[in-house]
Design a protein. Structure first.
Length: 479
């Protein structure tokens, strides 16, 4: 799974788990994995997954699983990530149930053939588009929202009528084990299979032929997934990340901006692919924003955030080392940092930094931790130039008047944008969630996910009562 090129934003975060596959203990053999794949292929060929009734039953099963086992889900996430219970419930239970409810509400209409116009020269006849399942789908999920990002893909895949193999992240072992235990009890076990394990299992899965692959994670592994998919010409959805900027303009509601930026940054201890990675703040707003943020950090977490039950932990020691190193090498002024970093408990305090070196690792790599660099900028032009100099981000946040925000949107590119808030745009099931360029390929959520995992098939019906002779040989000047 070696790569020839690594983007600057991937040099630290994305390589933290890049261990040699040969060093990892195998959980499942290649034969076991191939048998699971074959079972899914056989199930799909029966045709039973194509019906509305089957799809509805699977979605209702997923919903019951989340509701009936919400406490177990929260406990597993707390063990894996040290996340506050409220964050675990909102991020990995409520969000999933909401997506299922939306899908169930609209699924029958999504499945109906879509009539389209037929040109006059092709009449008498009619044309339509049908959306049919692609087949057998592989979904490789990440550790940061281990239930949400495992089940969101399943919702879309099952709604579209596919058989699905889910590979949860081994980095969140409690959740990985829970999903493997619960899913067969609530959905068709011949159509949904969970494969646990690490890099060797993922590598074995990627050798097989799939009809679609959804991978959520980092760009380094995404390239390996894309190369494996190319061997079979398999379509892929890559949900990645990058350095999502936050822009604060003159005219922004600074108290609200400060609260919403920090809420987005510190949720799940900053381990969110669409977290505000850094803030570009206009010089006329910087002093007030910093003051507001310093006050919020103290009022939310006190003098020592390690004692707060509203603040999470870093996933493991290797990521702890990485985030701590980003802070120490930033060359920035520390504006707020309540508490001492502790490797044993994987605690990194919520940290505000002012004006780190633009060449420092923290401004080149995705942070994926509770650290917010704040850079003072002279103008909107300088903000736009800074953003456009890097990879296209997964998200962009702009605080200020909507007219000014529209100017920035028109001059930049990102997977999604949220004006005067953070994170919230992904909660709207009618908006697609996905990246662009280095931040991802494809999109899902709501109807967008249904379409992503469906083959859009063109169908034309022609009448036979009229059959003009001009289309047939022998050709002549008259035809």
């Amino acid at each position: 799974m070696a790569v020839a090129e690594v983007l600057p934003s991937e040099k630290g975060f994305a390589r933290t788990h890049a261990k040699d596959a040969a060093e990892e203990k195998r959980v499942l053999s290649d034969e076991h994995i191939a048998q699971a794949h074959a079972r899914l292929v056989e199930t799909f060929r029966t045709g039973r997954t194509k019906t509305y009734e089957w799809r509805k039953e699977q979605l209702e099963g997923l919903r019951r699983m989340c509701v009936e086992n919400s406490e177990q889900v929260c406990e597993a996430i707390i063990r894996d990530l040290g996340r506050p219970r409220m964050e675990a419930f909102l991020g990995d239970v409520t969000a999933v149930v909401t997506e299922i409810d939306h899908t169930l509400q609209h699924l029958e209409s999504w499945m109906k053939p879509e009539a389209v116009a037929t040109p006059m020269i092709q009449k008498p006849g009619r044309s339509c588009i049908i959306r049919e399942p692609k087949g057998v789908v592989l979904q490789i999920a990440p550790w940061n929202f281990p239930v949400n990002l495992s089940l969101m893909g399943l919702i879309a895949g099952l709604a579209a009528g596919n058989c699905c193999l889910l590979k949860p992240s081994e980095i969140a072992p409690s959740t990985e084990e829970l999903l493997a235990k619960l899913l067969p009890k609530y959905v068709d076990p011949e159509a949904v299979i969970v494969i646990n394990g690490g890099i060797p299992e993922s590598a074995a899965l990627l050798k097989l032929r799939w009809d679609h692959i959804l991978y959520t994670g980092n760009g380094v592994v995404a390239r390996a997934v894309a190369r494996a998919a190319a061997e079979h010409l398999t379509p892929i959805t890559l949900e990645l990340g990058g350095k999502s900027p936050t822009i604060v303009l003159p005219g922004a509601n600074i108290p609200v901006a400060a609260r919403r930026i920090l809420a987005g940054k510190f949720f799940n201890c900053g381990q969110i692919c669409i977290a505000p990675d850094y803030a570009l703040v206009h010089k006329d707003a910087e002093a007030q924003l910093v003051k507001e943020m310093q006050g919020l950090v103290k009022s939310w977490y006190g003098e020592d955030a390690s004692t707060s039950d509203s603040f999470g932990r870093i996933i493991n020691e290797r990521h702890w080392d990485r985030v701590r190193g980003l802070i120490e090498s930033s060359g920035a002024e520390v504006l707020a940092q309540p508490g001492e970093a502790d490797q044993a408990s994987k605690f990194i305090p919520p940290t505000l930094l002012r004006d780190p070196s633009v060449d420092s690792a923290i401004m080149q790599e995705e942070i994926f931790g509770p650290v917010l660099p704040i850079l003072k900028m002279d103008s909107m032009d300088s903000m736009v130039d800074h953003i456009n100099a890097g990879e296209k981000p997964l998200a962009m946040y702009i605080f200020g008047p909507e007219a000014a925000a529209d100017q920035i949107i028109a001059r930049t590119s990102s997977g999604g944008v949220c004006v005067n808030d953070t994170i919230y745009h992904i909660l709207n099931p009618d908006l697609p969630f996905g990246g662009v360029g280095g931040s991802g390929i494809g999109r899902y959520h709501g109807k967008w996910g249904f379409d992503e995992f469906s083959h859009v098939r063109s169908v034309m019906y022609r009448a036979t009562w009229l059959d003009l002779p001009q289309r047939y040989p022998p050709y002549s000047d008259s035809n």
